[in-house]
Design a protein around this ligand. Structure first.
Ligand code: GLU
Length: 474
């Protein structure tokens, strides 16, 4: 039966991984980590990474929900080599494989009605048995099947082996064995002919010649069923690796209660994709004690052997720490492109104001996000309006003469950070004041706030005339 053979056979050495999200409205952090690991594994082995959208749940799989996945992947730079493929566009193929299995005898029509199935389960429960399909319509040699009821559309069931076990050596969890008697004859097509979830996954993994299925461990229960169907189809089995889930700091499954769980909330909050990637890479995987690394390094190092068997814990502080690292590393022009629109929204006036690249270079050291950076940089782009309380606090009688002296020297000092620093030091010495007495007063007058980076560095970025005007208002 050539029609059901997957398109072309690939050499077993060629790694092919996939990320197969069901659109739910956003790309979850857990999904992004699964995608990252599947992508990196393909990259490591010069293989192929495939994106497959499992969009058969028509209620949830809206175009917006699909787009949310694509946006998240694009922001992270996890570009697929093949796809996106959409299951809804592969219905004919699934029907073809169902027909083949019916013909081959590895699947059969089942006409049991929902009421009959319920009665069956009731009876089994009453006897203390695990509810399962009782095999009424399962063909066996020498068995006579009941008469086909008129006007009843059948489902198609997979003829699961009765004896023996299914065993696979999970790349994360180690060997797993499930007895076939634990598995029901799975419905693979509904009465209207539409294929069911596990069946589509099997046909896709087979057709797409997936060699490594890396996915969340919420799918462990599906694996023995999928393996049995693959075997019935004569398909080569992929290697399965099931990733433990991501928990919040309280040990509960990661959810909205723990903060943003949608990847695309992070760019909006001012996170850089490389910080998110670096953070996700360490959630359940390690390479010695490396914490900060590039995606190039990650792809060179990533292996299934160093995946953790226990759940990873989401730590927003660590993500913020990495974000600070990557913000400090980032080119000024890139930071400016990200911060500028936020600052414009905040009413920033760029005309005649200091160069944004230089300002961001000064302000980026301590910020955790681009939003914080934009906020900090605003002090150069709005007219300061120090409130009366701040002025009263920092401009006392002891400071005023020094401030006037400082303002006078500002007229002639060389307008450079070092010269400004030397001048400030001299003023402090002449007036016998300490830095924390004078510097905050200068900041409040020039910037409208008492805390900024080094006052000399900040002042040097402003035009001299603007500083003079502000100081004269003392
Ligand atoms: N569509 C499934 C999900 O989003 C993943 C299926 C798989 O990886 O086999 O959870």
């Amino acid at each position: 039966m050539t029609a059901v053979t997957p398109a072309s056979a690939s050499s077993p050495a060629t790694v092919r991984t996939r990320f197969a999200p069901s659109p739910t409205g956003f790309l979850h952090l857990g999904g992004a980590r699964t995608a990252l690991f599947a992508w990196a594994y393909a990259r490591r082995h010069a293989g192929t990474f495939i994106l497959r959208v499992e969009d058969t749940d028509l209620e949830r799989s809206t175009p917006e929900a699909v787009q949310a996945i694509l946006d998240g992947m694009a922001w992270l730079g996890l570009d697929p080599d093949e796809g996106p493929f959409y299951q809804m566009q592969r219905m004919d193929r699934y029907r073809e494989v169902v027909a083949h299995m019916l013909q081959q005898g590895s699947a059969y029509y089942c006409y049991s009605s929902p009421a009959e199935l319920e009665a069956m389960r009731e009876q089994q429960r009453a006897l203390g048995d695990k509810p399962r399909y009782d095999g009424t319509w399962r063909p066996e040699p020498g068995k006579t099947l009941p008469a086909v009821p008129a006007d009843r559309k059948p489902v198609v069931r997979f003829r699961n082996p009765v004896d023996g076990d299914v065993t696979w050596d999970d790349a994360v969890k180690g060997p797993i064995t499930i007895a076939n008697r634990e598995l029901d004859d799975l419905i693979i097509a509904r009465p209207d002919g539409t294929p069911t979830y596990n069946f589509c996954v099997v046909v896709d993994d087979w057709d797409m010649r997936i060699t490594h299925v890396i996915r969340g461990d919420d799918h462990v229960n599906n694996t023995p069923r999928q393996i049995n169907i693959l075997q019935a189809l004569g398909a080569q089995l992929p290697i399965y690796g099931h990733l433990p889930m991501i928990l919040g700091a309280d040990g509960e499954k990661l959810s909205k209660r723990h903060g943003a769980v949608s990847v695309m909330d992070y760019p909006a909050q001012g996170y850089l994709p490389e910080a998110m990637l670096n953070y996700l890479a360490r959630l359940g995987w390690s390479h010695g004690d490396e914490e900060i690394f590039t995606m190039g390094q990650f792809c060179a190092w990533f292996d299934l052997g160093h995946l953790s068997k226990s759940p990873a814990q989401f730590n927003p502080e660590k993500l913020a720490w990495l974000n600070n690292h990557y913000i400090r590393q980032a080119e000024p022009a890139r930071l400016a492109a990200l911060a500028r629109p936020m600052m414009e929204q905040d009413g920033a006036q760029f005309d005649g104001a200091p160069d944004l690249d230089a300002v961001l270079a000064l302000m980026k050291e301590r910020v955790k996000t681009i939003n914080e950076l934009a906020d900090a940089a605003m002090l150069f782009y709005r007219t300061p309006a120090p409130d009366a309380e701040l002025l009263a606090q920092h401009l006392n009688a002891a400071v005023k003469p020094a401030l006037l002296d400082y303002a006078a020297r500002c007229k002639t000092v060389e307008w450079k950070k070092d010269a400004l620093a030397a001048m400030l030091k001299q003023v402090l010495a002449d007036h016998q004041l300490k830095m924390p007495q004078l510097a905050p007063a200068v900041r409040v007058l020039v910037c409208g706030r008492a805390q900024t980076p080094s006052v000399d560095a900040v002042l040097a970025l402003f035009p001299r005339e603007k500083v003079l005007r502000s100081l004269q208002s003392a």
